[in-house]
Design a binder for this molecule. Sequence first.
Ligand code: AHM
Ligand code: MG
Length: 345
Amino acid sequence: MSTSVTTENVGITISNHLLLNQQYTTGATGSYTRLLQALVLACKIIQRDVAKAGLVDVLGRAGFVNVQGEEVQKLDELANTTVKRRLSASGEVCALVSEEEADIIEIPRQYPQGSYLVHYDPLDGSSNIDANVSIGTIFSIYRRLTPPTTDVAHADVLQKGIEQAGAGYVIYGSSCILVFSTGQGVNGFTLDPSIGEFLLSHPNIKTPERGKIYSINEGNANYWDEPTKKYIDWIKTGYEEHRVHYTSRYIGSLVADFHRNLLYGGIFLYPADTKDPKKPQGKLRLMCEANPLAYIIEQAGGLATTGRERIMDIEPKHIHQRTPLIIGSPEDVRAYEQFVAGKRG
Ligand code: AHM
Ligand code: MG
């Protein structure tokens, strides 16, 4: 059992928070804490690089090399390498899966092989970088199932979302915030750049039962299935029934859209559509985007579904599998499910 975080803990550092949790968790060895600390450090480094994004691009275009003599990398590659190196060196992981890499990443033999696996999207929303829009890192943690003496197996890498040992994201925005859960609620930490520490700023986040915000790329409306078309129409014209003046908000950066709706309430939808025959399940990835956010939203009292199935119950078939994602306040998500089930509309 862990300590419960209260508003009295506001302002404590993330390191202190992790150590307190470790202290109150029966049988904890410190491995999980070290893994999270490595992730926190990686995200601080990415935050620093994101803050210099415009300059990196200028230097990149000029063909500059950095102090190590390497060519300046694009930010999404830089973020991917940073997470990969820091987690590998932590000694707590046995494999990694990045949205940026086609295959499972093995841990170099020079590092101890740990008992965790991490799926991550190093820089979500990266098409927004050049416009200074918020972007983020998303991560999802699993425990190894097979014995450490054997090779990492598909069974280790392709676990259902309900098996996550923790998940979270960092937003590089007007401030840098890290939101994560290890299964005892959701906490948010804001980076104080003057001291380089994440401090607890949003203890025990709960999402509202119902929100006023709906977030969907309406440019895809012609390609949606009928239930989605009817649901969005109901959101806009059904005030007599739902009694909510809904408002539309869509940044196009999943972490930022998700985080806003988590705090204010509402629903985010990226449904299956027929726009791209190669992506019939929509655009978002199950393992590095949908599952970690589903874990967070459920811990905060919300829901995440495809419309037909709970996200965290999906049996993954491959590491880069895509899925429809409908996520947010429980009443809003349930209403969508009713449209899909034909009970409304
Ligand atoms: P990315 O991982 O290549 O950045 O793509 C994922 C992003 C999400 O952040 C966002 O929700 C979605 O793509 C927006 O897609 P669209 O432009 O189709 O609305
Ligand atoms: Mg992404």
